[in-house]
Each structure stands twice: as C-alpha cells, then as structure tokens.
Write a new protein. Sequence first.
Length: 313
Amino acid sequence: MSTVPIFRRVALIGFGLIGGSIARAVRAQGLASEIVTTARSAKTRARVTELGIVDRVLETNAEAVSDADLVILCVPVGACGLVAQEIAPFLKAGAIVSDVGSVKGAIVREMAPHLPDNVHFVPAHPVAGTEHSGPDSGFAELFINRWCILTPPEGTDPMAVETLRAFWAGMGAKVETMTPDHHDLVLAITSHLPHLIAYTIVGTADELEEVTSSEVIKFSAGGFRDFTRIAASDPTMWRDVFLNNKEAVLEMLGTFNEDLSKLTRAIRRNDGEALFEHFTRTRAIRRGIVEIGQDSAAPDFGRPHPPLEKKAE
C-alpha cells in the first residue's frame, strides 16, 4: 500500500455505526492525515471525544467541513438535503462531497441543487451494517469484502470518482459504480423489501392473541431470530429509506405480493409440486450467494473476515 494518505482532512457529519466505522478504518489504514467530525447532540459529541478515534470533534457542521478534502454525510437520508444546504457556503473548492445513504435517487435530487459547482459530488452506499447504532457501535472491519456502490451524477469528474473508489477500497470494500436509479431498483429487492417483510413479520407476531410475547421470544427458531435482528434496525433510517425509495419499493412489493398469492394458492390446493419447484429455485439463489463469498454466518457484526491489514508506516 502507498504510505501517502489519500486525503489530508476527512470530515464526517454524523457519528453512528457507519460514521464511527469509517473513522476507525481510516485511522487504522492511514487514509487521511486528519479526521474531524460533528454530531447533532452534545452527548454524542462528548462520547466521540472520550473514544479518541478522531482528531477533532466540532460543534457545528460548518466548522467540520471547513478546509476538508472529503466530506461524508453519515446522517439519515431525509436529513441530507438540509445538511447540504447548510454546509454549501463553507465547502472548500475541489472537495469531494459524499454520503452513506441506502437510497441514491433522492440523495441526488435533494443534495445536488445546493452544492456549489466547484466541488465534486459522489454519492456512495456502503452495503454493510448491523442492527446497532450510536458512536460505540462502529468497528474498523465493517466494510471488509462488502460492496460500496458509487452513484456519481452524469458529468462528475472521473478523477473524483476514482479517488473515492480508492478510499473505500482502502477500507477493504469492493467498489461498484452504477446510476442512482438503478441502484435504488437493485437495493429495493436485495435490502429494502427484506427489511419491510421483517418489520411486518415481527409486528404480526406481536399482535397475535393466541401466542404470548414470552412464547414468541422463548421459542424463536432461527428464521424468526434473523427477522428480529433486521427489525431491530434504526427506525429513523428505515422510515426515510421507504419514503425516499417509494416507487422502487412499491414495484418490488407488488411483484412479491403476486408471488405470495401463488404460494398461498399452492398451499390451499395441496400443490406440493408447485411448492417444491419454488423452493428448489430459491435454494439455487442461496447457493449462488455462498459461492461468490457473500455468505455470513453471523450477519455483518461478528462475521468471519480476513484481518484488516495495517497500513505500512
């Protein structure tokens, strides 16, 4: 690896799981000479100061982005437009501005109009996470062998895109580039719809009158435990995801409902052949995920991964 940092100063706006993991990975790999951050609450800022994993914790977003070469918004999707408007006058010419949201079309629509022409806007989505949140939840290995998808708007400087690609690769991520709209369609089926289903199933279990809450907890099988893990994710983040990727999610939800109706009919009609064919087809998709190395025994947090190689001094 190169001994020269990619950025002189990286500014993180927001410091939860993703922001905290970026800070830890950047420090571990020497990807920036200085890491500065801010967070909305004084309590979070105080905790980040105690952790000692950034160089400076600042009180305002304007202070944080001043003279930063890379600015990453690590806040809920619904807040990104307002933050972009707030920081725009204080951005350094030539800076790269990015984010970590799991919806990209809305990010481009909400952020791009506020950003000055002399900065480079390269939205990003690290496809990694856990159900935990807050400044203590991050860890440097979160992005290892996980995808980070870059969705630069048309006309973005290719060098800025390449620089951000190298930054994420330096934290161990595999990097892909696609359009914002295509990203939202792909993530609607691979992430957003599964979360919606998980929230629904756990909510249904909570509403059953014939089964007590204690029985649901006590006798949870593996599948239900996985659903509860997903359904424990940050409510603010997922509210914003569904509201800002509404069209793609509704499209995938419509297809899902059609498939669910087919399975309902097969069960009602004792059509074992249809059920067997469906389960066989979906099993093959699972095997494909395992074959390309996307399997994780313990999803994301605690998952097996190669060690993050320390950058040479």
